[in-house]
Design a protein around this ligand. Structure first.
Ligand SMILES: [Zn+2]
Length: 415
């Protein structure tokens, strides 16, 4: 009963969600967006210059509040900034403030501290707004699809994108990536998802992206998308093309945009893949068990160190790239918030103590195997795929942990 109440509360929670929309500005709106970007870039650099000068001349550390006060005068004096929404100018000052705070923190930790830098137009990515209705207004299209974004000083721009759950719009960020314009709206929403009825244990690997173990002993697999490999040829050609262009030329700028667009497209496809697969899992599960993530260890260990040089470095590096390319950490993050939205129990299985890839799912003994061994063969008589066995260990541990029992093979959780 208490669990049910807890789940209902989870189902009704308010979460902040960032939704990306692509802008389709007219030619004149495109010009206005660029000039707005230029104004924010100059404001950023001017504010940085001001901080440096105040320190050099007066040993005075300017704060965000100081600079906001001066902003009013600046807006009155310089017509460049009169077109810029006051709140969004504050956001740019705030971003500079963050850059300084991060710098001071790095200094404190004794790291190589990069002092905040002046940003060229090329390196300046965008600006933001703090309050819906002040400088920007978003009107969604039918069925939450697409819509229109009004920016003060620019006009009403058609946008494409979709919020799965439409919420109250809070803030907006405008940015330019690979020659395209985007808006990221944060929305306060109360998302609702329906959950399924199965308990599932997960194992992700290199050969198969995801192996899913069910309570009834059956398995399902999600194949690796191999997006990076597919994009690789395309990327190599584009990079070669870029290398042939003269520095500073317009053609080089274009070629650079093509490279960035391929990276961007690959990232989008990967995110799309991860969203779809995580949503599918949620729709059929009421308990999800997954290993704690050790990707960092897996990728770091290939090269080894002086005392402990890695073996098969090249082979493992390729393998590591593949692991990173399938982005299990992003997948897990999506699973976690979707599980919360649907009120599903999400059990994180500690790999270090449970050792799902080494343990036998039938007798619970640890059977060491190398990464190359793709089969789990145990003296108790169990023989099955390595990933299937690991997914099953994960599932059983979670079932035992949450007080449920697997419907078959009770012996396996006895110890
Ligand atoms: Zn066994």
């Amino acid at each position: 009963m208490r669990m049910a109440q807890h789940r209902d509360r989870l189902n009704a929670m308010v979460v902040s969600r960032k939704v990306a929309y692509r802008l389709y500005p007219s030619r004149s709106q495109g010009v206005a967006l660029l000039s707005m970007l230029g104004a924010h870039q100059r404001l950023y650099n001017a504010a940085l210059e001001q901080r440096i000068a105040a320190w050099r001349l007066r040993r005075y550390g300017m704060s965000y509040a100081n600079q906001c006060r001066e902003l009013t005068e600046l807006r009155a004096a310089d017509e460049l900034y009169q077109n810029v929404n006051a709140q969004s100018a504050q956001v740019t000052l705030k971003r500079l403030d963050w850059a300084f705070k991060a710098f001071f923190q790095r200094c404190k930790r004794g790291e190589m501290a990069g002092f905040p830098r002046f940003r060229s137009f090329e390196r300046f990515s965008g600006w933001g707004y703090k309050t819906h209705g002040d400088g920007f207004r978003f009107v969604p299209g039918d069925g939450n699809m697409h819509g229109r974004l009004r920016l003060s000083g620019v006009g009403v721009i058609p946008v494409r994108g979709r919020a799965r759950t439409l919420g109250e719009v809070a803030t907006c960020e405008i940015g330019r990536k690979a020659g395209r314009w985007y808006a990221w709206l944060t929305m306060q929403c109360e998302p609702k998802r329906t959950r399924g009825t199965k308990a599932v244990g997960l194992d992700w690997g290199v050969q198969t992206f995801l192996t899913i173990a069910h309570e009834d002993g059956s398995f399902a697999e999600v194949a690796n998308p191999r997006l990076v490999r597919r994009a690789k040829a395309e990327l190599e050609a584009a990079q070669q093309n870029l290398g042939r262009k003269q520095r500073g030329s317009k053609n080089r700028y274009k070629a650079k945009n093509i490279v960035a667009a391929i990276h961007h497209k690959t990232a989008n496809r990967r995110a799309d893949f991860l969203h779809k697969e995580s949503a599918k899992l949620i729709a059929r599960a009421n308990l999800i068990a997954a290993e704690t993530l050790t990707v960092k260890n897996m990728t770091a260990s290939a090269r080894g160190n002086l005392e402990n040089p890695g073996r098969n470095v090249a082979q493992k590096a390729g393998l590591n790239r593949e692991i990173l390319a399938t982005a299990p950490s992003a997948f897990l993050a999506m699973l976690r918030y979707k599980a919360a939205e649907a009120g599903i129990e999400y059990v994180e299985v500690p790999s270090r103590t449970v050792k799902p890839s080494q343990r036998c799912s039938a007798c619970w003994d640890v059977r060491k195997k190398t990464l190359a061994q793709r089969r789990h063969v145990c003296s108790c008589g169990l023989a099955l795929g390595r990933d299937e066995n690991a997914a099953r260990v994960t599932l059983f541990w979670a079932l035992a942990r949450t007080g449920r029992e697997p419907t078959w093979c009770l012996a396996s959780i006895a110890s």
